[in-house]
Design a protein around this ligand. Structure first.
Ligand SMILES: *[C@@H]1O[C@H](CO)[C@@H](O)[C@H](O)[C@H]1NC(C)=O
Ligand SMILES: *[C@@H]1O[C@H](CO)[C@@H](O)[C@H](O)[C@H]1NC(C)=O
Ligand SMILES: *[C@@H]1O[C@H](CO)[C@@H](O)[C@H](O)[C@H]1NC(C)=O
Ligand SMILES: *[C@@H]1O[C@H](CO)[C@@H](O)[C@H](O)[C@H]1NC(C)=O
Ligand SMILES: *[C@@H]1O[C@H](CO)[C@@H](O)[C@H](O)[C@H]1NC(C)=O
Ligand SMILES: *[C@@H]1O[C@H](CO)[C@@H](O)[C@H](O)[C@H]1NC(C)=O
Length: 767
């Protein structure tokens, strides 16, 4: 984490020395004394810059070169003539145009390969240089032509071309370090047990996330929220790159979010009233990446609120942060956030500052709550959890699930426990077998398997992938080619199940940092990750670019938890992607039933070298997407515990209304980051057919907050293995979780906003 690319230091220096303007739109970071004018101009490693004076830029009409130290390489190409244009041809997969914005600047049109124009409107009330005016990523690796025409309309008439940045595909596919070396592991699809008849899973690549998709959650039937760290993303807001976005699942449009603090490696959950909280993060990264200039503030104690946003127009939806009023009591980086049976959030573990592998100095071996709680006199302050001390070093982003008895299952490193948070007591579980570690950076993925009334909501945990490497070894003794684990471990959390211990199975391929996505059918879709190495970047030897992992696994596998042992995994009919999805990649079920796959960025800042920063989105359509599907015609908005509602269903014509095998699934699609699918949950609901109307099911809500923590859910009706689209509903009364005013007051009075920054001053980092 804290190793920095020399090119970035150079760029930071470059930005400083070029900045002679007195106007300043940047931010003085803590500890930094030299204000600098911030400009988003950035050439990722693997891309190249073409300056405005380059002879490959052809122009027509009246253009002149304007010189100033504030421009990229000291000059821009400027026109004020309406209809004047410039053309630039390049061979590559991505193009960016940098120029000026301000009150004198007007509207222009960009034609890429003479496709229909994209409007560039860079009028702004503030004058800014070296701004990203236009970009297009994910192009075919061939020759393209970009034509920029000055429309000279709206308020201003000027157009500045300062530089182009082109990404060349050859740079992206080869890594100097790995040339000529054959990997020790080759992740080829194995022979699978073929029991699935389905042969038509399809893969579509469509859309671009604008910010790297490190964290992902579905917020409505039309949108997902994507949260990244502070870095040079193409999507911008207020004159700097954005690090949060709303992604339209239907139109693929992205809207930048206005975030205050650095959300690098935060966690999240919805609360009972539908507000999403995004918790923890990174301090401002000063001097090294110049990220301080993005205007971000310390995110280590941040709690960011995103209120429910169900309309398709997301114009008024944004992130709210006010650390003076809303914050954690302690700093956390790589914490897990879990919704509890009362609809509040438990914030678990993490590290007190950014780093790599956790250790006793950086560990934050506590849990705290939002809203804050008084647990046995804690009065809102963190409660120490021995489990988080005993699981060092590889214990960041702990795996956690709320259990149907209100307690919390946790797994970290090779260990597991059941935590009774009300009594603050633990019951340790057997160790995960065969020395497999399952949390960062030896990251595996985990799910709570479907709960159903038929087996009295008996909870069962599935954990897949990870690594059996020694987590006490320094980075220089770990290698990106060290094999990951193939192991999946399952345990039923009843007395009998615990006595029987973990049941072990092998995935067809090893995977570190896979994603496991629950489908409404009860099957588990496993995707993403690498067959070797570990999570993170810039730590181990034989890095690929900066990636600590290699040998991306490109074919997903379906796991059917209810099939007989030995025939649960299948990749029959599964598409193979050509996009590696390693560190900082995500996957989630979407309300339509398709699976959204995004991200991968094992880099300090945006890079175009293998394994580069990935903005392309992929969609996997399970076979049911093309079959005739049931439809939930009149979903309730809210569904109180134990209540029964009539659900009107349009049945698929071929199943009839009496013959089909019907299930009603109530799902939390989870908050996905770092292979942690926090809050992911599937509860099958009990129902009866309405004897008087064959198109109505009388469905009973989950019995309690223990079975489904109150908050947002998606209802799916599944007929003969074919699910409907999901409909959003609030389970419970939709009210705020309990608020303990005294505990809240105590947190604000007895802690400071940037505790770690303060601690650093005291040089007291000891536990
Ligand atoms: C721009 O300036 C930088 C720094 O002085 C230099 O390294 C680079 O070669 C120049 N690039 C072009 C395209 O002129
Ligand atoms: C310039 O205009 C385009 C199109 O309206 C927009 O996407 C881009 O963000 C603007 N750039 C800046 C720096 O405002
Ligand atoms: C574009 O670049 C690629 C990769 O370097 C190369 O294979 C291809 O021939 C080039 N195409 C053109 C039209 O120059
Ligand atoms: C603990 O981790 C931090 C952050 O990575 C590192 O700076 C420190 O040296 C480590 N301490 C020990 C004792 O390993
Ligand atoms: C069906 O209709 C009868 C007669 O109106 C009524 O008594 C009964 O309660 C209805 N059943 C259900 C499940 O609504
Ligand atoms: C939900 O509850 C939390 C905690 O009390 C509160 O901060 C938030 O504003 C509430 N959201 C809405 C939409 O009322």
């Amino acid at each position: 984490m804290l190793a920095f690319h020399p090119l970035l230091s150079f760029l930071a220096l470059f930005a400083l020395t070029c900045a002679k303007e007195s106007a300043w739109n940047g931010h003085v970071s803590p500890g930094s004394t030299t204000p600098a004018k911030f400009t988003p101009f950035y050439v990722p490693s693997g891309s190249k810059q073409i300056d405005s004076e380059d002879s490959s830029i052809h122009h027509s009409g009246s253009w002149k070169t304007v010189r100033s130290a504030g421009y990229i390489n000291g000059s821009v190409l400027r026109t004020s003539e309406r209809g004047a244009y410039a053309t630039f041809s390049f061979n590559g997969t991505a193009i960016e145009l940098y120029g000026s914005t301000g009150i004198r600047f007007g509207q222009a049109s960009a034609f890429l390969d003479e496709d229909s124009a994209k409007t560039i409107n860079n009028w702004s009330s503030q004058d800014r240089k070296q701004q990203l005016l236009f970009y297009s990523y994910g192009l075919k690796p061939t020759k393209h032509t970009l034509r920029i025409v000055n429309d000279g309309s709206i308020s201003g008439s000027l157009l500045d071309i300062d530089a182009f940045v082109v990404t060349n595909p050859t740079a992206r596919q080869t890594s100097k370090k790995r040339e000529g070396k054959s990997p020790t592991i080759v992740a080829k699809p194995n022979k699978f047990v073929s029991r699935s008849k389905s042969s038509d899973w399809s893969l579509i690549q469509k859309g671009s996330t604008g910010v790297a998709a490190m964290q992902l959650a579905i917020i409505s039937s039309s949108h997902a929220i994507i949260i990244d760290k502070v870095e040079h993303n193409p999507l911008s807001i207020d004159g700097h790159p954005a690090w949060g976005a709303l992604y339209n699942l239907k139109t693929h449009a992205v809207k930048a979010l206005r975030m205050k603090s650095n959300s690098f490696c935060a966690g999240g959950t919805f609360l009972s009233n539908g507000t999403l909280i995004n918790v923890g993060g990174n301090p401002v990264v000063s001097d090294k990446t110049a990220a301080a200039d993005f205007g971000d503030v310390d995110g280590l104690q941040a709690i960011r609120l995103f209120h429910p946003c169900d309309s398709e127009s997301v114009t008024d939806c944004d992130v709210y942060e006010n650390h003076a009023r809303i914050r954690m009591a302690s700093p956390r980086w790589y914490n897990t956030v879990l919704r509890l049976s009362d609809g509040s959030a438990m914030i678990i573990g993490g590290s007190k500052k950014g780093g790599w592998m956790n250790n006793a100095t950086t560990n934050n071996p506590t849990v705290e709550y939002y809203p804050p709680k008084n647990i046995k006199g804690s009065n809102g302050l963190p409660v120490t959890l021995q489990f988080l001390k005993d699981t060092l070093n590889s214990n960041l982003f702990p795996i956690a699930f709320s259990l149907p008895n209100g307690r919390v299952f946790m797994a970290a490193n090779q260990d597991a426990t059941i935590y009774d948070w009300q009594a603050d007591s633990e019951t340790r579980l057997p160790q995960i077998p065969n020395g497999v570690r399952v949390t960062y950076p030896m990251t595996g993925t985990a799910l709570l398997l479907p709960l159903s009334p038929e087996n009295d909501y008996s909870p069962e945990i599935l954990i897949c992938g990870g690594s059996a490497l020694d987590d006490t070894k320094p980075g220089y003794e770990l290698n990106s080619q060290d094999p990951a684990s193939k192991q999946c471990s399952r345990i039923i959390l009843t007395d009998q199940g615990i006595a029987a211990g973990w049941q072990v199975e092998q995935m067809p391929q090893p995977r570190v940092m896979p994603d496991a996505v629950l489908l409404p059918t009860g099957q588990v879709f496993i995707i993403n990750g690498g067959a070797s190495g570990i999570s993170g970047y810039a730590n181990v030897i034989d890095q690929v670019g900066q990636s600590n992992a290699d040998n991306p696994v490109l074919t997903p596998v379906l796991y059917d938890p209810s099939a007989p042992v030995g025939s649960r995994f299948s990749s029959v009919g599964m598409p193979t992607s050509n996009i590696p999805r390693l560190y900082h990649s995500v996957a989630t079920l979407t309300p339509s039933g398709a699976i959204m796959i995004a991200g991968s960025n094992p880099n300090l800042d945006r890079s175009e070298e293998r394994y580069g920063t990935e903005y392309r989105v992929e969609w996997i359509n399970p076979p049911y997407m093309t079959q005739e599907r049931p439809v939930i015609a009149d979903p309730p908005q809210q569904f109180g515990f134990g209540k029964t509602v009539s659900l009107r269903i349009q049945w698929p014509a071929n199943t009839g209304t009496t013959s089909g095998n019907i299930k009603v699934a109530c799902m939390d699609l989870g908050y996905v980051t770092h292979a942690v699918h926090a809050n992911s949950r599937l509860v099958y609901l009990s129902f009866k057919r309405d004897e008087n109307d064959s198109n109505v099911l009388l469905v009973t809500a989950p019995p309690s907050g223990e079975v489904y923590p109150p908050g947002p859910a998606w209802l799916f009706v599944v007929v003969d293995g074919v699910p409907s689209e999901g409909k959003k509903v609030i389970i419970g009364d939709g009210n705020s979780p309990p608020v303990d005013d005294a505990a809240l007051k105590n947190v604000l009075e007895s802690t400071r906003v940037d505790q770690y920054e303060a601690e650093k001053g005291n040089k007291d980092e000891s536990e």
